[in-house]
Design a protein around this ligand. Structure first.
Ligand code: ADP
Ligand code: ASP
Ligand code: MG
Length: 294
């Protein structure tokens, strides 16, 4: 069994989603697909919650844009017989976000922790909507809701993964599935004590995928992104950067800790502990060999 994680740009457009479908459907054996929100959507949702809380009606424009982006993607990529159902799912989530935003906008004296909970619940919709689309897109995909098994607790004011509980719940929820293709959200979680939506931090979908791979003893974890592999430097700022074909976990961890955004820093530890190889691959250039971290 393999775990494949697709980042924001990989699920961000009709063209890239077509590649995602091909990559997943070409896999032999069981595949766990972990998806981020459509590229840029998490930023938009965070911006939207801030505006709603500040009483700025411009939040509604952002919601309109987010809704239209998802409907356009569905029209471009989801098979026609499933489009209506997929649209209805997105509309229902948009309505949910709209109600949450009204709550923030109209109640100026909400306690800070309640406002924070509502904001996290809104932001979680990015991954919830993208995973709904990917589920409709991939033949035979079985949907799973990550907050049912990715659990955080409040520690020193921060949402912190409950490692043991999460590992046990992943095995309980996913370990018995006979489906060949499972789809779940990256990034999002539930607070184990309150049941409120939380998340693993910005870029946290990589970490979700690593937790699933480690708990289930996957044969590998594949991080599908928008560059040809782990590179000597960020190619956006260093055009002469080159792909590193093979790295140790330690080498990759040092570069992640130093800011290499291609992998979220907490990701490597759970897979390194179980000696699970991590591949960094390009959704836009799947035949490129990529980087293996082992
Ligand atoms: P995703 O949405 O797939 O999670 P990210 O934007 O989080 O993608 O990470 C991919 C980006 O990381 C690349 O587009 C690249 O600009 C940046 N990056 C920074 N450092 C590196 C590096 N050493 N190797 C590859 N990419 C890097
Ligand atoms: N969508 C989240 C973010 O933008 C998580 C992720 O992409 O990994 O931070
Ligand atoms: Mg990322």
């Amino acid at each position: 069994m393999k775990v494949l994680k697709f980042g924001g740009t990989s699920v961000g457009s009709v063209e890239s989603l077509r590649n995602v479908k091909q990559i997943v459907e070409a896999c032999q054996g069981q595949v766990m697909v972990v998806v981020s929100a459509l590229g840029g959507v998490t930023n938009q949702l965070i911006d939207m919650t801030g505006r709603a809380q500040a009483g700025d009606a411009a939040y509604e424009d952002i919601l309109v844009q987010v809704r239209q982006r998802h409907l356009d993607v569905i029209a471009g990529v989801v098979p026609v017989p499933q489009q209506q159902q997929c649209n209805a799912i997105v509309e229902q989530f948009v309505e949910g976000m709209s109600s949450f935003c009204s709550m923030l906008c109209l109640n100026h004296d909400l306690p800070a922790d309640m406002a924070a909970n509502i904001k996290d619940a809104i932001v979680a919709h990015g991954e919830i909507m993208s995973s709904a689309i990917v589920t409709c897109l991939i033949d035979g995909a079985e949907p799973h809701f990550s907050p049912n098994f990715i659990k955080t607790r409040r520690v020193d004011g921060a949402d912190t993964l409950d490692t043991d509980l999460t590992r046990r719940l992943i095995v309980e929820h996913l370990g018995q599935s006979k489906a060949q293709r499972l789809v779940m959200q990256g990034f999002i979680a539930d607070d184990a004590d309150t049941g409120m939506k939380t998340n693993l931090g910005r870029g946290g979908s990589d970490y979700t995928a690593a937790l699933v791979a480690a708990a289930l003893g996957a044969e590998c974890l594949e991080i599908w992104t928008d560059v040809d592999g782990f590179m000597t430097a960020d190619p956006r700022t260093h055009p002469d950067a080159t792909v590193i074909p093979s790295m140790t976990y330690e080498q990759a961890q040092r570069m992640c800790d130093a800011g290499a955004k291609v992998i979220y820093p907490p990701t490597l530890r759970p897979v390194a502990e179980r000696h699970i190889p991590v591949w960094v691959k390009n959704t836009f250039n799947p035949s490129a060999p990529g980087t293996v971290i082992q």
